[in-house]
Design a protein around this ligand. Structure first.
Ligand SMILES: Cc1cc2nc3c(=O)[nH]c(=O)nc-3n(C[C@H](O)[C@H](O)[C@H](O)COP(=O)(O)OP(=O)(O)OC[C@H]3O[C@@H](n4cnc5c(N)ncnc54)[C@H](O)[C@@H]3O)c2cc1C
Length: 549
């Protein structure tokens, strides 16, 4: 096993040493891939455990809370990782082989692939979401066209014909944008330009909300078919319509849950990484990425070639490496970890000018069952009275409105083991502006939490909630800024806008520093766990190319 603390200035020979900063889904997925390629990989993580946004919290009073991702899609991406072996990186070949494209969606029993089952138990969740409108009506979305048509007929019959046209056109976007171009690393302008005619032809560059509005007349259906991008930090009013593909990713491969919570999946990925020989150090925050010129001297001339040589941990320990990958926040990677003299493309001006995604207030709470059946599903979207105006306040004006929408997650409806007997564990997530708003969350946080509990009680979504409450804690944008070191406390990385997508999204191979790479939500293709796993494969391909593996 390589000792990362003592190796000094050796001439690199295979296998090469890689350091990954961060053990989020991106860092872990890439760690597995680099180990399979033959690298010796060390992941350094500043938190005391893995997962990043997918960190799992166990409370002394017996609750288990996944702090972040809960909606698991594209289970074959997970299977791909668990199936890798040392020396068998499987980076060539089709990204969506026929057995994946033609496999029927699993709707009952256990859903993970055969290798996945050695590490974690995945089960399908149906419906995918219960979308509750402000007037109390709801739509149980499960990807089944018949059920969808039946519910549209009840809620908005005028939209039935539009639904059929939407399926055809959004399906074409999914095929071109996801199945064919999903894994393209847009590292240069010609690659980008080759994709443009198709995106224009498919009308995928207009905003998602205006795209859905072409097909649906009712506010309800416009919301049902556009809200999903909020789960990856995208404002439906400004993300390009290429994101209509999310709807198809869900419909094609379903939505799944890892028994034991997303944390169980994270633990499975850690185990796989370690079985392949990788090492992880927790409580190991990176202070600086070491960058020199090509002769190993400090960079004085920004125009000279710059090379990543390793990292310096908080506390001063130096870890030399042949390549460094940041899974941390894109903006803070460059602003705080790479010396300014080594950056031209990712200069302070460019990084600060990028638009960051919104942030979140998330309340993790436990409550007594009290024998009262919940009229809720595993995943619930509770829409407030306003949609477009609310989104404009959060993303544009960066103010807290009078009302809010939320995503309420009740995993104990599927997995009672996450709470003490007779109790539920839940979280509710409220999109809020990032810290560019100047809001003081020590003041606004408790007030918003009260408003949310009032809402859940008064609407009888969880009747008598406060009387039944046994556990309550919450995070605000300050958690994202502080604990996760995200610029302005963004929850999802740079906002997925047309001008921040593909070539214009941060590149997975640093444009400034040789042997420095990025992986995760801030890099291409974008946020959300499936995209982050895709980004790991894209970065692994670039590394394999650069190091001739
Ligand atoms: C509340 C919430 C709910 C979500 N729900 C879903 C969902 O249901 N489905 C879905 O697909 N996606 C969801 N997402 C999005 C998804 O969680 C993220 O896109 C994804 O987990 C990001 O993974 P990542 O590896 O890019 O980054 P992260 O998970 O942020 O991991 C980065 C890691 O780097 C570490 N790090 C940063 N700086 C340093 C440093 N200097 N030194 C050492 N370590 C460092 C951090 O501590 C962190 O562990 C959700 C996100 C949130 C916040």
């Amino acid at each position: 096993m390589t000792n990362f603390t003592t190796v000094k200035n050796e001439v690199p020979t295979r296998p090469k040493r890689a350091v990954i900063i961060g053990a989020g889904f991106g860092g872990l997925s890439l760690g597995i891939r680099l180990q399979s390629l033959g690298f010796d990989t060390l992941i350094v993580e500043r938190l005391d455990g893995p997962g990043g946004r997918g960190y799992q919290k166990r409370t002394p009073d017996g609750y288990v809370f996944d702090m972040g991702p809960t909606v698991i899609t594209a289970p074959h991406f997970i299977e791909e990782l668990f199936a890798l072996e040392r020396g068998q990186p499987n980076l060539d070949g089709p990204d969506f082989p026929p057995e994946v494209l033609n496999a029927p969606r699993v709707t009952s029993g256990e859903s993970g692939g055969l290798r996945t089952r050695e590490y974690v138990k995945l089960v399908p969740i149906l419906p995918f979401y219960r979308i509750v409108f402000d007037d109390g009506t709801y739509f149980d979305y499960d990807g089944d066209p018949e059920g969808t048509r039946r519910q549209i007929a009840e809620l908005a019959p005028e939209d039935l014909a539009g639904y059929e046209r939407f399926q055809a056109d959004a399906g074409a976007i999914f095929e071109r944008g996801f199945l064919e171009l999903g894994y393209t690393h847009f590292g240069d302008i010609p690659t980008m330009l080759r994709a443009v005619p198709d995106l224009l032809r498919l009308d995928a560059v207009r905003t998602l909300f205006s795209f859905t509005s072409k097909y649906f007349q009712s506010d309800k259906m416009r919301q049902v078919f556009s809200f999903e991008t909020l789960l990856i930090g995208g404002n439906p009013l400004s993300v390009p319509a290429i994101y209509a593909m999310i709807h198809f990713v869900e419909k094609t491969w379903g939505i799944h849950y890892a028994m034991g919570g997303t944390g169980a999946l994270v633990r499975g990925l850690v185990r796989k990484f370690e079985e392949l020989g990788g090492q992880i150090r927790y409580g190991a925050g990176v202070e600086e990425i070491i960058v020199t010129d090509e002769w190993g001297q400090p960079v004085t001339n920004p125009l000279s070639k710059k090379v990543a040589r390793g990292v310096v941990l908080e506390g001063g320990e130096r870890l030399p490496a042949d390549l460094v990958v940041s899974n941390g926040d894109w903006a803070n990677t460059y602003l705080k970890r790479v010396p300014g003299a080594a950056r031209l493309v990712n200069s302070d001006v460019r990084v600060k000018a990028a638009r960051q995604s919104m942030s979140l207030l998330v309340i993790y709470f436990g409550f007594r069952d009290d024998g009262q059946p919940l009229n809720l599903k595993h995943h619930n979207i509770l829409l407030g009275p306003r949609y477009e105006a609310l989104l404009t306040e959060i993303f544009g004006q960066k103010v807290l409105g009078m009302d809010f929408s939320q995503y309420l997650h009740v995993p104990t409806l599927t997995d009672p083991a996450l709470a003490p007997p007779g109790h539920h564990a839940a979280y509710t997530l409220i999109p809020v502006p990032h810290n560019g708003s100047g809001l003081d969350w020590t003041v606004e946080g408790p007030k918003l939490v009260e408003r949310v509990y009032n809402y859940l009680e008064e609407r009888r979504i969880i009747p008598d909630l406060r009387a039944r409450l046994t556990h309550s804690e919450y995070i605000t944008p300050d958690y994202f800024a502080g604990t996760l070191d995200s610029y302005l406390g963004n929850a999802f990385g740079p906002e997925p806008l047309l001008v921040q997508s593909a070539f214009f999204r941060p590149h997975n191979r640093s444009e400034d520093v040789q042997n420095l790479y990025l992986v995760g939500a801030g890099a291409q293709p974008g946020g959300g766990t499936p995209s982050v796993m895709m980004s790991a494969k894209m970065t692994a391909r670039l590394v394999a190319e650069d190091f001739s593996y």
